[in-house]
Design a protein around this ligand. Structure first.
Ligand SMILES: O=C(O)CCC(=O)C(=O)O
Length: 264
């Protein structure tokens, strides 16, 4: 799969995201779904440094999960898991990522996000740049791939097109009764019409700016809504003052090209 076409580049620059339909085939998606199931059902040990996070409503005993998988909110930091790590190493994904980061790319974050039935599970509208203490922002990109059909009903991604042209805004925990750990949102986002629901088919992949305001709704179905996601940055990005500690915490890894002196 080639890097962004001129049309995709224009869409990304104008709106802060671009969706590539059918980016991954069913065999790849099935392997990642099966790995998720094996980890959460205890058939495979979580890889070192992976966090298996339960949904807050399950952790608080408010919801009794229907299955092992229904208790889980996300798998975070899967860089040591050989199956899941094939996602951010995928050559076609990296070809497109390079369109934003340029050469010498580091993977800076990985997640498999689960949105089971019964729990609240909403992700407030936020900007991912909040979690990345380095710049420039326009050399950072997120990727998010639907592992099954994602619809308005099961809590697909919601984006506010064009908001990537603004600044990093102040974030706070929303005043909801049950909010998952570190689900910060931008205070006072207008609930108006500029929201776009990104309904996606399995394998569809969105590339998005870390400044794009986005979030996701509740899963109101009986099924799961899962996605595999990663963030990438140019290895030449520079830390903000005090930001270097993130390097140790998050295990940034070169996935294409090489280290850059003075960079991440
Ligand atoms: O997959 C979701 O529901 C939202 C994910 C997201 O926005 C994030 O983790 O930053």
């Amino acid at each position: 799969m080639p890097p962004f076409t001129p049309e995709e580049r224009s869409h990304y620059e104008a709106h802060g995201f671009v969706v590539r339909p059918a980016f991954f085939d069913e065999a790849a998606l099935a392997a990642w779904r099966e790995r998720f199931a094996a980890i959460v059902e205890g058939r495979v040990e979580p890889a070192p440094q992976m966090t298996v996070m339960r949904d807050v409503m399950v952790a608080r005993g408010v919801v009794s999960p229907r299955s092992a998988a229904a208790a889980i909110q996300k798998l975070q930091d899967f860089h040591e898991d050989p199956e899941l790590w094939s996602y951010p190493m995928h050559p076609a994904l990296l070809d497109a990522v390079e369109s934003v980061t340029g050469p010498d790319v580091k993977c800076i974050h990985t997640m498999l996000i689960n949105k089971p039935p019964d729990v609240d599970g909403r992700h407030p509208i936020h900007q991912d740049l909040l979690y990345f203490p380095f710049r420039p922002a326009d050399r950072i990109v997120g990727t998010w791939t639907a592992l099954e059909r994602c619809t308005k009903e099961n809590g697909c991604l919601v984006v506010l097109p064009g908001t990537h042209r603004g600044k990093l805004l102040p974030h706070e925990l929303p005043g909801w009764e049950h909010v998952n750990a570190a689900y910060f949102g931008v205070a006072g986002v207008d609930a108006g019409a500029s929201r776009v629901h990104l309904e996606m088919e399995p394998g569809d992949t969105v590339f998005f700016s870390p400044l794009l305001l986005h979030g996701s709704g509740r899963n109101r179905t009986d099924g799961f809504r899962r996605a595999i996601s990663a963030h990438f940055a140019s290895a030449a990005c520079r830390y903000l003052p005090g930001g270097e500690a993130a390097r140790e915490r998050r295990h940034y890894r070169v996935v294409r090209g090489a280290e850059v002196a003075g960079g991440l």
